[in-house]
Design a binder for this molecule. Structure first.
Ligand SMILES: [Zn+2]
Length: 297
């Protein structure tokens, strides 16, 4: 049989792409797209199933981080959520530049998260109770607290007062945003003032501490709730354990910055699994609202 030269091997013929070697390093074997690997038990779950399970590992119960916008949807009663637009200007008091201008980093974070800063805020009902939910986004500068984040929290407080709603703050943070210097620290006082104003209106304020929750956020509005709830195994503290040990020359107890340890030592009201969180918030709101009605009566 006569061998016929394929057309692409003829001189001058274009070479089909499938016959060219791939440029650069060869790709490594990859997981199927949309697969979540649990950092605790290493089991793999389809992303879709993982999201349906509220980002809790179906094998070991590990609670992974939840994007702020998704958290609003998890907590809201069906078809009640309205997101609040937050478009505060970028504040850059130090003209901070660590090789990349701070303003540029903020713009990049805004693009990657779709948020104006480290909060997503929405109004909805939970268990039939009207609320504002302010959820923090850890992937936006580590959920750090700067001027725009403070403005976002205060906007949530303001809506709660104007519309007579309870406020639920879902907190996760690395602390103050150092790129804004002293302005970031002043947000602790501003946010605390927002919480006090809610109290003057007898509006319930509930905080949900999620992993990780540290620094100025823990030291202000995260731990000022009428009821303080945490998710299982969430790491919660002010400074990290190593910093405390270096400052105090003392050995710290094992797991002292976990939700369970803090609950056992009276720093939290409850540790609630994510699957039960919406129901627990509804029950808590019912109790607080009843108390409020009783006081007024
Ligand atoms: Zn797992």
């Amino acid at each position: 049989m006569e061998w016929v030269m394929p057309p692409f091997m003829s001189a001058g013929a274009p070479v089909p792409r499938r016959h060219l070697p791939a440029p650069g390093p060869q790709p490594q074997p990859m997981l199927p797209p949309g697969t979540f690997t649990c950092p605790q038990c290493q089991r793999k779950t389809l992303e879709e199933r993982f999201v349906q399970a509220l980002r809790v590992c179906p094998s070991c119960g590990h609670h992974a981080r939840v994007p702020a916008s998704e958290r609003l949807m998890q907590l809201a009663d069906a078809d009640t959520l309205t997101t609040v637009p937050l478009d505060f200007p970028i504040v850059d008091p130090l003209a901070f530049d660590d090789g990349v201008p701070y303003r540029e980093r903020v713009l990049k974070a805004r693009t990657s998260t779709g948020l104006g800063d480290a909060f997503a805020v929405g109004t909805c009902t939970i268990g039939g109770h009207p609320v504002v939910v302010a959820a923090m986004e850890f992937s936006f500068f580590g959920g750090s607290l700067g001027q725009s984040a403070g403005d976002s929290f205060l906007r949530a407080c303001s809506i709660a007062r104007d519309e007579h709603r309870a406020l639920i703050a879902v907190c996760t943070s690395g602390g103050a945003r150092m790129q804004e210097g002293i302005v970031s620290l002043s947000q602790m006082a501003r946010c605390s003032a927002g919480v006090v104003a809610l109290g003057h209106e007898n509006l319930p304020y509930i905080t949900v501490l999620t992993d990780p929750c540290y620094g100025g956020v823990t030291a202000s509005f995260a731990t000022q709730g009428d009821v303080i709830i945490a998710e299982p195994h969430a790491r919660i503290g002010f400074a990290g354990g190593r910093v405390i040990e270096q400052a105090t020359y003392d050995k710290l107890p094992h797991g002292f910055q976990t939700a369970e340890f803090l609950l056992a030592h009276g720093m939290l009201d409850a540790v609630v699994a994510r699957a039960m969180l919406q129901k627990t918030l509804g029950t808590t709101l019912a109790a607080l609202t009843h108390h409020e009605v009783m006081n007024r009566g």
